[in-house]
Write a protein that binds this ligand. Sequence first.
Ligand code: GDP
Length: 306
Amino acid sequence: MLLQPRLLPRFLSISTNPRFSPFSPRAAHLTTVPLPITSPPILSPIIPESELDLSVQNPITLPLQKLFVPPETNLSGDAKSAHSRVLTGSNIVLGPYARDSQVASAEYVKSSVRTADCPSDGLPEFALIGRSNVGKSSLLNSLVRRKNLALTSKKPGKTQLINHFRINDSWYLVDLPGYGYASAPKDSRLNWEEFTKDYFLKREPLVSVFLLIDASIPAKQIDLEYASWLGRNRVPMTLIFTKCDKRKKKKNGGRRPEENIEIFLSLISKFFETTPPWIMTSSLTNMGRDEILLHMSQLRNYWLKH
Ligand code: GDP
């Protein structure tokens, strides 16, 4: 049985409602009408386009219906102008809620055993989750421009905990334990599932889950299952493709990251009625770093306003 969607305002890029399919008139209207950009209604000015590096060509050219268009983004005109607001290496359109997103301060706050023990100050938060070795610690450190902030959560005993890091004294990055340890005993795997799923379903200030997927290797069943579980339970999700700097290797199927991403997105498309937001990253080159922060800022500001 499907759970009811939460009542909290969220960026829902997904829908399990069979009446809203990508082929419904509503979706057709959203995606095929030509889209120029008009000024944002409330939070103006947003970051001027001149300050955003949107000029770099996206490595993947996307049809309009595969873009993630944030709510209240009033686009009209032609496809070209819609694409001019797509963050580099992603399908994410920058909407009216994007603001200054740089990290000025980051501090480890606490590690919680249960959802109920997490900070209770109500600040919005984003949870990072992914298979072990996907590059989660590297990404977290790259986002906050620190070498080892995430190491705190790798200390022995902290691996099965919900780790909160406060950013700019106004929001949290949450590091959740990695899944998919091949050698983990079945019991501990089941415990892990209960523990993180409880967090996803009950944590009220959770704005969005950021599900990390290694783009240097072919899609893994466990990642597909994870994405589909989040979709079915209507947990807002952004896919973060990691290690996009890595070139193809024969043992990994000989595919480029872009090809692995395309295959992953097509495999999960049956679980989602609209394409979830996704973005390519590399912690080695910092590709996607500023773009993730901008995306987080628009999700956060929308969440705070509603
Ligand atoms: P975690 O277990 O998910 O926290 O993964 P780590 O951040 O510890 O990274 C696992 C391995 O992948 C390490 O050897 C990292 O150096 C490597 N790695 C992480 N991010 C990247 C990346 O963006 N590009 C490349 N080429 N390697 C990476």
